[in-house]
Design a protein around this ligand. Structure first.
Ligand code: SF4
Ligand code: SF4
Length: 187
């Protein structure tokens, strides 16, 4: 039986997350209302209430390496349901940011590619342009070549054309006022 790796504890981890989010994570009393309302737990490796618990216990490595923080779709159901005003969605965001800064390899490379493509688009125009977003995602994730080889790119093109015909995929991007402010928020 292989020897178990010792559990590493970072005693300052919880305070760092609390400083970033301006939240009091100690308020969590593990009622699991967040997890019970989350629509994507089926795809998570640890549940939202466990993420909060592990942060409190200083399990930095375990938390920053989990897929949960990337699977979270920021729908905020958990945040709304929490009786102790723990903003779990904001905590997931802060943890993603910490994972990227710490150079932790994302266990969900396609999700990471989508996040990158999405944020770059918002930074550039202040709002998303679906046509550019999909291209950028396909290249960043490596899916473009895969789809080209197996022929499934044709399905994407056909879907894009159908969306265009129904007015759901504009040909040109639209800008917004206040692009500078958006850039500043993202910076
Ligand atoms: S709903 Fe709030 S108090 Fe309950 S487990 Fe989740 S974070 Fe903790
Ligand atoms: S914000 Fe994330 S963790 Fe919370 S309910 Fe939605 S998907 Fe689940």
């Amino acid at each position: 039986m292989p020897a178990q790796e010792p559990i590493k504890v970072d005693p300052g981890f919880s305070r760092t997350v609390e400083t970033l989010t301006k939240l009091n994570l100690d308020a969590c009393f593990q009622c699991r209302k967040c997890t019970n309302g989350c629509p994507v737990t089926f795809a998570m490796d640890i549940y939202p209430d466990q993420v909060i618990r592990l942060v409190i216990l200083g399990q930095k490595e375990r938390v920053l390496r989990c897929s949960t923080i990337w699977v979270c779709s920021a729908c905020e159901t958990c945040t709304t349901r929490c009786p102790n005003e723990v903003d779990i969605a904001a905590t997931m965001d802060a943890l993603k940011e910490m994972a990227v800064k710490a150079g932790v390899q994302c266990p969900q490379p396609k999700t990471y590619a989508f996040h990158k493509a999405f944020l770059e688009d918002i930074k550039r125009r202040g709002r998303m342009f679906e046509g550019r977003l999909m291209q950028s995602y396909l290249f960043k994730s490596g899916e473009f070549y895969k789809k080209l080889v197996d022929g499934t790119i044709k399905e994407d093109i056909s879907l894009g054309l159908n969306m265009f015909k129904k007015g759901r995929l504009p040909l040109l991007p639209k800008g917004i006022k206040g692009k500078k402010e958006i850039k500043e928020i993202l910076r």
